[in-house]
Design a protein around this ligand. Structure first.
Ligand code: F0G
Length: 473
């Protein structure tokens, strides 16, 4: 008999949850313009909008908050954080930032010139926005499998070396300031990159004198998949796999709000001393002194400890398996989800879930809204709306994948919460033909998904033509 395992922690402090009635949820959805980003969190029952900054900290981290050194310069808490990053990630120089996009801003400003190209294994919204703001053009070099939601492949985040080589041949290496490799790839479904691929990308780039900068936001999750799926790594500790992964890069941007197990924080790390010297100048303008970079001393203490907690093999195994626990229930029920289940989230394939809707009728946006209406579970659109517009032509980017992300915060929910989510999605799948499309009524000029507003396209003006909830009232 296979023995079951439990959470590698027990719960010391609880936050009560409240579920609104069906009619209250309907009102709240209308008020939010059918955009789950605009729903008040107190009107949400289970919040799977993001795994970013939503982590439950450990008692050790909360304890460390009390000893944060809040000095403007030379904070001891910064020394703790800097030591943790150097120790676990292995880079020589570290610049603190308030969160990941702060690091992306510094890196893009320092390295990208007008007319440059920045290849990456699929884009992330803020990362690409900073690259474009600085005159760069993002080029997607992920393997084709990364765009095929139902295809099972162990490392769907891999870089296609031929695509990368072709770009280098076409535009010349001097037009490529660095290659941005995300480990794991958020928008592909939290899919990992293999160690072999990371090594090959590094070698290819270095033959052309091109730097490799990782988006290390979920790098511990990536290390877990390497341990599980790549030959030769099964018996190696997560922390050693992580070190090797990061050794195939020249630096990274990091959103501490994910794998560093904190609610706020980030950093830029590198091995190049000149780049570090420039970053020390620039960080003062945008984030604060190089000894805090937008974080308080207590944030830095919590993050230093979070970095050590994150590489515990038992923690990361439970984390990934909880995501799978939800995903596998949906797969068994025949619901179209991105395969294999990734590290931080289960992604519903909204094109396949709602085949009666055209991509312009925003299937992901309307599915996310319908899930909230059904059970108060909040998810996120990752499709047509998030894809934005081409900066030159102004046309919609029309991404191949049209997804709804159910993102699991770290150490926050139990598997019973996952059951409630699974039940809601299964009930909606039964009556999927009753879910109407949406039309954008307000479109912000940048990162439109955050603040856009919508209205249902149905003749009755409602999102669901049957207005009773299956699961919950
Ligand atoms: N890179 C990746 C892969 C991310 O997922 C995020 C954030 C960032 C960079 C930016 O980091 O938020 O600290 O500035 N992702 C969040 C999400 C917002 O919900 O996926 P940040």
């Amino acid at each position: 008999m296979k023995r079951r395992t439990a959470e590698p922690y027990k719960i010391k402090s609880v936050e009560p949850l409240k579920m609104l009635s069906y009619d209250e949820r309907k009102d709240s959805l209308k008020k939010a313009g059918y955009n789950t980003f605009l729903i008040n969190s107190r009107e949400v029952y289970i919040d799977l909008l993001t795994d970013s900054g939503t982590t439950a900290m450990s008692d050790q981290q909360w304890g460390a908050i009390m000893v944060g050194d809040e000095a403007y310069a030379g904070s001891e808490s910064w020394q703790h954080l800097e030591k943790a990053v150097k120790d676990i990630y292995g880079y020589q120089y570290v610049i603190p930032t308030h969160q990941g996009r702060g690091a992306e801003n510094l890196l893009s400003q320092m390295k990208i010139k007008d007319g440059d190209y920045v290849p990456g294994n699929m884009y992330f919204t803020t990362t690409r926005a900073h690259q474009e703001l600085n005159g760069g053009t993002f080029v997607d070099v992920i393997i084709d499998e990364g765009h095929d939601s139902l295809l099972d492949h162990p490392f769907k985040g891999n870089v296609d070396l031929a695509k990368l080589q072709n770009l280098i041949n076409d535009v010349g290496p001097e037009k490529i300031p660095y290659v941005c490799v995300a480990v794991t790839v958020n928008l592909a479904g939290g899919q990992p990159v293999s160690m072999n691929n990371l090594r090959d990308v590094y070698n290819l780039c270095h033959r052309h004198d091109i730097d490799v900068m990782y988006d290390a936001t979920r790098c511990v999750e990536n290390a877990f998949f390497i341990k599980e799926r790549e030959e030769g790594y099964g018996d190696i500790a997560i922390k050693d796999i992580l070190k090797e992964m990061l050794s195939y890069s020249d630096g990274c941007t990091m959103s501490g709000k994910k794998d560093c197990l904190v609610n706020i924080g980030g950093f830029l790390a590198m091995n190049d001393e000149d780049l570090y010297t420039r970053a020390r100048e620039l960080v003062v303008l945008y984030e604060g002194m190089p000894s805090y970079g937008g974080m308080s001393g207590r944030d830095m203490e919590a993050m230093a400890l979070g970095i050590y907690e994150s590489i515990d093999d038992k923690y990361i195994s439970h984390r990934i398996n909880q995501v799978r626990y939800l995903g596998n229930q949906l797969i068994e029920a025949g619901i179209p989800v991105v395969r294999p289940i990734g590290g931080h989230a289960v992604y519903l394939d909204a094109k396949k879930f709602l085949p009666h809707l055209k991509q312009e009728e925003l299937p992901s946006q309307s599915l996310a809204a319908a899930i909230y209406l059904d059970s108060g579970v909040r998810s996120m659109e990752r499709g047509f709306v998030s894809g934005g517009r081409n900066k030159i032509t102004g046309k919609n980017n029309k991404p191949k994948l049209e997804l709804v992300r159910l993102t699991i915060p770290r150490r926050v929910y139990t598997n019973d919460h996952m059951n409630v989510v699974a039940d809601s999605i299964m009930a909606l799948y039964e009556k999927r033909d009753q879910i109407a499309g949406l039309k954008m009524t307000y479109e912000p000029p940048t990162l439109r998904f955050f603040n856009a507003r919508f209205k249902p396209l149905s003749s009755c003006g409602e999102l669901m033509t049957i207005t009773t909830s299956s699961a919950t009232t």
